[in-house]
Structure formats: C-alpha cells, structure tokens
Design a protein around this ligand. Structure first.
Ligand code: AMP
Ligand code: ZN
Length: 466
C-alpha cells in the first residue's frame, strides 16, 4: 500500500507498527448543524480508505470522535463556541443539539453507505483523560497556566511546523491581522488545553479540574480519545485539508509531548469539495445536505459515485450538472450489473487478474477512479461469463459500496424486459435523430407499459422502475 503522507509531502510505502493491523483515527463532526456534502466527501474518502485497507487484508481498528465541546467558530481559540451557537439558534440545550445532529450525521452516513467506525466516542465522555494528559504536559514544561487557563507552549514542540509546512515568520505576519490576540498566551499560536476563564461565562458543558471549573480545548479531545482507544502509536490519522493547521499540528504537539516519542506515522488529508463560489460552508449560499439532494430527486449514492470519480487529493467542484452526469452514469452502471445472470458457474481461474488490478488501484494511493475502471473493464470483458462478472462486482462493491447488486435481491429483474428496454431506447434515439418526436413519445409510452420510465440525461437515456 502506498499513501501520500502530508507529514513528508510524498507518497510512501505504508508500514503499520504491528503487522497486518492498522490503528486509524479520523476526526469526527462538530455536531452543531447538519453535515454538508463537502464534509461528507471527507468521510467518504475515509470510508474507502478503511474498506480498501480491509480488502488488502489488514485488520483496521478505527476510532472517530464526536465533537460536542470546545470547537470555536475559528479552528483556533477565537470566535464563538460552535455548540453554543447551534443551541441558541434552535432554542435548545447543547445536549439536545449534540444528540440531534449526531443522529442526523449517522443517518447521512447510512444513506451514503459510509460504515460507522468500530469506535465512535463523544469528546465530553473523556474529560479525565484530557486532565491526565494536561497535568503531565504541565509537569514536563510543555504547558503553562496563564490568566486561569492552561495553554500549550508551541516553542517547546519539536518541529511544530512540519505537518503544515508553514513558515513561522510568515505566520507571525498573518497573525497580527487575523488572529484575535489573547494576551494570556506567550506566543500567539499557543493554544488552549483547558479553559476556565473565557468569554463564555454561561458555557453549558463544564467540568471540575485541578485548574478550576471549565472545559477542554478542541485539539486535546482528539489526542485524548486516540490515546484512550489506540494507545501510544497511531498508523494513520485522517481529516480534511483544513484540519492540517492548526488542529492536526496541535494534536501532534500534544501527543508527542505526552508520550515523549513520535506518535503517528501517516497523515492523510482529503481535499475539499468546493462550489462555484469557492469553499463550501454551512453559512455560505445554499446549504448542500444529503436531504436537499434527495429532495431534488438524487439518489445519495450518485453523490458517492460522483466523489469516487475523482482522487481524494484533488479539489472537486460541485454543480448540479456534474451530479446529473454522475446520477446517469451510476444508474446505467447499476442497470448493467443487475442484468447479469447468475445461472452459470463462476470461472474462478479468471478472477485473480482483475482482483489484482483492483488491489493495485487501492494500493496506488487509493485511486478510486482506477478502481471504477477495473469494474467497467470486468463488465466489458466478453471472455467472462455473467456469473464471474457478478462475483467480481460483489467483491469490489465491498469497497466501493455503491449497492450495485442490492436491489436485485428485493426484486427479480427480468432480463427479457431489460433487453426490450435497450431496444426501445435505441429506436427512440433514432427517432429523435430524425426529429420524429411523435414516435419518440410513443416509445416512451411503450416503456411505461413495461413498467419503466425513460430518463434523458447528458450521457444518454436510462430507465427507472415505476
Ligand atoms: P467539522 O464538522 O467542521 O469539524 O468538519 C468535519 C470534516 O469535514 C473535517 O474533517 C473537515 O476537514 C471536513 N471538511 C470541511 N469542509 C470541507 C469541504 N468543503 N470539503 C471536504 N471536506 C470538508
Ligand atoms: Zn480531530
């Protein structure tokens, strides 16, 4: 397996600490609002990574946090508390908001076939762990108390800027303009580990600590939860590119200070989904959620297919036209797979070449579009019988998770009807070419009588059961 490692800015051979086992940590959602489809692109990438590693034979132990405390509207210590903002917006308690949006997040994941990680844990459930880590960092001189809060001293961290590749001098110029100065900090990029004195006097979630009643900073929760469930060494840590600085940078600083040795070997980051106006956000323009796509008539898995067509390290621009194209291609693919018959013997000896090609696509820094190419090549191969094709599709779909064979179990697709539909579509295309719209409409009605609606799209015509 080869993966791009943000830490060294290069593609590297993946070698886990323990042979065959992957300890993987992925930052979870801040549950103050619905996830937008940009956030979900990152979770799709992480899901494919986990399933891809499993396909290659690794046992993946994956942990994800749910951020229900400590995340400010900036990713540093400034701005409002996101959870409190959500609670005020909806006149609910922070706890109600957290529960509601956690459930909504997993519902979106279910629709997108994103598997729930083996361990999912709320940030607010691990306060003793954060306190233990902060106490050790204070004792060892990595942290300091100032104005009642506890801060991490970034000047004590080894190689603080390695992950982001940022130049400290440039940052210092930027900081004067962008970061609200907290006079309690020694260095403007020092970050809060525990807050007691803050501008949020009526903070709902707070706990007792050796430094007074307060709450943890956002970054310490991921270090704490990862340590709690995965121990001293991590193999892979993921998130979106916006997490590189300051969040993941600060996680490295804390965890390495706490453990006293390098912590995570591979840092993998998914690029953003943008809209035409730039980065997608919850406050910018139309708030694109899975439910909105469904309301507009899209199958959530068309969005998954849309994401799989581009590499996780490339920016992707969302548009409804592009999604229309994906929906069409996805439907065609599914129809093609469902028309495969299962009545012959699987030709086992013909499978390894394709399985190997699929494995290579995974191992090539998770090349999802190559994985799809292998799938299409299987479908095109005249030397394979239908049963062999189905068997390969089933294996690949364990990673792609596009439900390519699923509906077939619920309703037996009559291959005769599908063949008739293909003929009708071809005839109708001819009619349309001749501008004989009357015949084209008649053919559409014939399809309706067979129980199928014809749908015209940019990449041709598909059909849908009515
Ligand atoms: P949040 O709930 O804000 O903590 O974000 C959840 C995840 O979504 C994080 O891993 C972010 O890095 C990621 N993310 C945020 N915006 C985008 C975007 N436009 N495209 C892809 N991922 C994103
Ligand atoms: Zn995190």
């Amino acid at each position: 397996m080869k993966l791009y490692n943000t830490l060294h800015k290069q593609i590297e051979e993946f070698i886990p600490h323990e042979q065959g086992v992957v300890r993987m940590y992925t930052c979870g959602p801040t549950v103050y609002h619905y996830a937008h489809i940009g956030n979900l692109r990152t979770y799709i990438f992480e899901d494919i990574l986990e399933k891809g590693l499993t396909f290659l034979g690794y046992h993946v132990k994956r942990v994800m946090n749910i951020t229900d405390v400590g995340h400010m509207t900036s990713d540093g210590d400034t701005g409002e508390d996101k959870m409190k903002k959500g609670a005020e917006r909806e006149h609910k308690t922070v706890y109600e908001i957290a529960q509601f949006y956690t459930d909504a997040f997993f519902e979106d994941c279910r629709k997108l076939n994103i598997k729930k990680p083996e361990i999912v844990s709320k940030a607010s459930d691990h306060i003793p762990m954060y306190i233990k880590m902060i106490e050790k960092m204070l004792k060892d001189g990595y942290a300091y108390i100032s104005n009642g809060n506890v801060y991490f001293d970034i000047s004590k961290a080894k190689n603080y800027y390695q992950l982001s590749g940022k130049n400290p001098d440039e940052l210092m110029v930027g900081v004067r303009d962008t970061v609200e100065e907290d006079k309690a900090k020694r260095n403007p990029y020092d970050f809060g580990l525990w807050f007691t004195l803050s501008k949020f006097e009526n903070q709902d979630m707070k706990w007792d600590s050796p430094w007074g009643i307060g709450y943890p900073g956002w970054h310490i929760e991921c270090s704490g939860i990862a340590a709690e469930y995965l121990g001293e060494y991590l193999d892979i840590h993921c998130g979106g590119v916006d997490n590189i600085f300051p969040h993941h940078t600060n996680e490295i600083a804390q965890s390495e200070a706490y453990f006293g040795h390098p912590w995570c070997r591979y840092w993998c980051h998914g690029e953003h989904l943008n809209d035409k106006s730039g980065k997608m956000s919850k406050s910018n323009g139309e708030f694109l959620t899975v439910s909105l796509l469904e309301k507009k008539g899209y199958d959530p898995l068309s969005y998954r297919y849309f994401c799989l067509n581009s590499h996780y390290r490339s920016q992707l621009v969302f548009s409804y036209e592009a999604l229309d194209g994906s929906q069409n291609a996805y439907r065609k693919l599914k129809q093609r797979v469902q028309s495969l018959k299962a009545d012959a013997k699987v030709e086992e000896e013909k499978m390894p070449t394709y399985v190997k090609r699929f494995q290579d696509a995974i191992a090539n820094d998770l090349n999802t579009s190559s994985m799809l190419t292998v799938l299409y090549d299987v479908l095109k191969d005249d030397q394979l019988n239908d049963a062999t094709k189905r068997s390969l599709v089933m294996q690949f779909d364990a990673v792609l998770s596009l439900d390519l064979l699923k509906e077939e179990q619920a309703q037996v697709v009559d291959s005769n009807i599908l063949a008739q539909l293909e003929i009708l579509i071809a005839k109708r295309n001819e009619a349309k070419k001749r501008k004989d719209y009357q015949t084209a409409d008649q053919i559409r009605d014939e399809a309706l009588q067979l129980g199928y609606r014809l749908i015209d799209g940019r990449d041709g015509t598909t059909y849908q059961k009515i």
